[in-house]
Ligand binder design. Structure first.
Ligand SMILES: Cc1ncc(C[n+]2csc(CCOP(=O)(O)OP(=O)(O)O)c2C)c(N)n1
Ligand code: SF4
Length: 248
């Protein structure tokens, strides 16, 4: 019988620790599929960060390094400069990237480091119990915004791709989502392209993946994908924000 569906080689045959309905697992699979298709399993190094994805290294069957507290782009910079022939990516949540590690990703982009950042935006700090993140939407209820995020008190949610676009060092910036089969297929193409940009030596790439956290949103997995579609996409529009010349 013809096999039509299989586990990517780059994903270990283990169960995820993620909550039911969490889309971290989908993002992992898309990265693994892209790595398989590009044939770079043995030449890629991934950087895990803090947050629910701290155990990423247990899932990818390749070299992985743990970088604490938002520092993954800085560690990735060092590795890439020493091993320029490797493909280097970081995997970071919004708390890790856009709060704890704000300085690191902005300056890695400004320097035009030839690395790829996979940025999981689930609008909340997942692992630590659902506090407000820089990406928490206006009016969104979290553990630390029980009456909803208010601009007078909490300021505005940060749009990471739009923020990086004016930096000359950023080469490829895109936002995708993983809430529907169609969006997942598109997300895979974009993640693969971000690796290709790096492999072509074109500079800093970042893919923002709109993701769910049903546990801290207090929603069922199905309600969570609907919430993402109805609330996150209007504020965080999908698409490619910046592309190097010659990249389709
Ligand atoms: C400087 C610093 N502050 C706080 C923490 C505690 N901490 C660990 S994980 C985490 C939340 C990370 O959430 P996010 O990056 O959004 O990932 P998610 O769990 O949602 O996937 C926090 C605040 C930390 N490790 N370092
Ligand atoms: S707390 Fe949220 S982000 Fe973390 S595993 Fe559970 S659903 Fe996913």
């Amino acid at each position: 019988m013809k096999k039509v569906f299989a586990r990517p080689k780059t994903l270990k045959d283990v169960s995820y620790h993620y909550c039911p309905g969490c889309t971290h697992g989908i993002a992992h699979r898309l990265i693994a599929e892209a790595i398989d298709e590009l044939g770079i399993q043995n030449t890629t190094i991934g950087l895990a960060s803090v947050g629910c994805s701290v155990f990423t290294m247990d899932y990818f069957d390749m070299d992985m390094v743990q970088a604490s507290h938002g520092r993954a782009p800085a560690v990735a910079t060092g590795i890439k400069r020493v091993l320029p022939d490797r493909v280097i990516f970081t995997y970071q949540g919004d708390g890790d990237l856009a709060a704890i590690g704000t300085g690191e990703f902005v300056h890695a982009a400004a320097r035009g480091e030839n690395i790829t950042v996979i940025f999981i935006n689930n609008a909340v700090y997942g692992m630590t119990g659902g506090q407000m993140a820089p990406t928490t939407l206006m009016g969104q209820v979290t553990k630390t915004t029980p009456f909803g995020r208010k601009k007078e008190i909490n300021g505005f949610p940060v749009k990471v791709c739009e923020m990086l676009a004016p930096l000359e060092g950023s080469a490829y910036l895109a936002r995708v989502a993983v809430h529907s089969p169609k969006s997942i297929i598109q997300a895979k193409k974009v993640i693969k392209k971000s690796f290709e940009v790096q492999m072509a030596g074109l500079g800093f790439s970042l893919v923002e993946v709109l993701s769910t956290c049903p546990t801290n949103w207090g929603l069922s997995p199905l309600e969570a994908v609907k919430w993402l579609e109805d609330n996150m996409i209007p504020y965080y529009p999908l698409g490619e924000f910046k592309k190097p010349e010659g990249v389709a």
